[in-house]
Ligand binder design. Sequence first.
Ligand code: GLN
Ligand code: ZN
Length: 763
Amino acid sequence: MQIANLGFPRIGRQRELKFAQEKYWRGEISQAELKLVAKELRRTHWEWQAQAGVSLLPVGDFAFYDQVLTLSATLNAIPLRHRNEGIDANKVDLDTLFRVARGRAPSGKDAPAGEMTKYFNTNYHYIVPELTVDQEFSLAYEQFFEEVEEAKALGYAAKPVLLGPVSYLFLSKAVGSDFDKLSLLPKLIKTYAELLARFSEQGVEWVQLEEPILALELEADWQAAITSTYEALKDAPVNVLLASYYGTIAHHQALVSSLPVAGLHLDLVTAPEQLSEFAANLQPEQVLSLGVINGRNVWAADIDLIAERIGSVVNDLQGRVWIAPSCSLLHSPVDLDVETELAPALKQQLSFAKQKLTELTQLKALLSTPKSSSDKAEIDAIVATCVARRDAREASADKQVIDRVVALNSDDYERDTQFVNRQSVQQQKYQLPLLPTTTIGSFPQTPAIRGLRSRWRKGEISEDFYNDQLRQVTRDTVERQLKLGIDVLVHGEAERNDMVEYFGEQLQGFAFTQFGWVQSYGSRCVKPPLIYGDVSRPTPMTVEWAEYAQSLTDKPVKGMLTGPVTILHWSFAREDISREQIATQIGLAIRDEVVDLQNAGIGIIQIDEPAFREGLPLKKSDWDAYLKWAVDAFKLSAAGVTDETQIHTHMCYSEFNETIAAIAAMDADVITIETSRSRMELLSAFEDFEYPNEIGPGVYDIHSPNTPTVDEIVELIEKAADKIAVRQLWVNPDCGLKTRTWDEVEPALKNLVQATKVLRRRL
Ligand code: GLN
Ligand code: ZN
């Protein structure tokens, strides 16, 4: 039995790659220096994997920006606008790669960056390949081959890991004209065949081709493309390990089991039940790679239970089994060993990328027959650790929280009366004009605010001084809004570093790491909170700030909270209870805050859910089940208030066509969404559904530094009014303004208020 790995995080345990990349982009180090940092990281990561007993070391998991982009460069699928004049059209260099990613690089002409989008249901973002109808492919970029040589020079057997041709095409976009991307498949397969041949010349025996699209429900032509691709690559001089991940591929079992590939990798963490069927249908010589250690979370695995679960398959298949993480470890933080401030009881529950390799070593020990009494002792110790860990988890359960969840009944999820009634009660109370103006919550997080926070965190300034300064910022923010003439104000969120972390730090059941970073895109990393225990809210979290802001004006100031679904999605959540249960617990905690805000005189409360759509499962047939509990968690957080209290929610960019019924079921009194870039196209879903509640479609693209003119905003509101009754409409920007400067924000909001006035006069 071999230990396999699909890929290792490249950022380095202290984010060395990030800092080197950014220095290179700023011109502070040379390309050679950047490459040296990269080489050292690869060396270290291979060494860790080899020490854990991984036999074939992944190569190609390293990327200077994004592995999909590296592949595009390798295949010479680089947009024309990023190519350097005078450079061989059959070669791609590193700066060209950076120009695709960022629109600029230390050398070459600037050009708009390639589009970036989420990689399946992860928080990793890739650069979308742009393919034209006459796209040609050729091997144009050497990084892959150089890294194979590098691994060989260190004495390792390399296993290149890369997206397979069908998933690559699927993730790319057709540019220039609308054409069937599959028409490019034959050319693409030819270049993949050349790629595999080059690897073979380098002495490579196994190549991991990833087809994550198998976790989706595919149209017939894409299914057929999988078959024809692997038939065509059948004679390649290497063994192909066909890897799937992030979900079950059981719905494609017959198709996958008949492919002429040397091995299959299955994600048995998200879909353990698919093992038996694939094992039963394995071809005589095929290898089965069992992805049993979660590559996307931070918790130590119950390896004793895993060993029990896969024991019989391992026995049946003998030497044809590999054990592996479920997917690349790209989505895990790098190394738990560098955490010095975690409580020991929590630390023993955790496992980051490096530790996951050790878990595989231990799993192999559990699956092997002990040859000596020391083998036996080792096995006993591993099992004892697993049992102790489970016992500790159980012992730390918060009975109050659990009982409260059990006691919930359907009334707890519903407001007192229907929306129409609430609407008139609220109108009576707030007397808002037609087309009320508001913003989404945050105002510019100036360098002064960030500096203040970092000095406070380091203990250089007192808590009192910090809060006093923030109060001044808040007062200034309120005054500016009053001067602008906005109807429903916000306090500005100056006290918040991040919309999840801020709440996590105040909730029971959450913890934070020092270095638990994972790559989000390029050099950007995020450090999600850990939800390790039952969640509750010991004391009010935002009430003081809301009260203070409200004390400054007679106009309503919105209370501002992050919703349960978003808090869950943007955290590393525990796995011993369901996501639904965790969302319910967070929903109750937020509900407590909502009720306290109301009791403190805050009449309008916004519960942000920008990550609501992100949680949608890969398979559409699983959507309803997710939407049911996600909507419920939101409703639970919102429904504790009286009819007079107006609940808002906010979602960013959102394609609502297929989820509009669920959005309506959330029953927020007002929803604000991002619609300016689509020029109100996204509102059609609401129009067609006859969405009953109020909507604030964004009329100002906050991603751009440009100031929208009064006329542009008037036009957008008119477009919105074509689809939605005016009395249902609010006027607001697309999203929060924290990344903008006051110089950008003030003129834009001035125009927004002005545009509203123009229309109110006209209507
Ligand atoms: N209230 C938050 C803000 O304005 C919402 C951010 C978001 O939607 N991501 O910053
Ligand atoms: Zn937003």
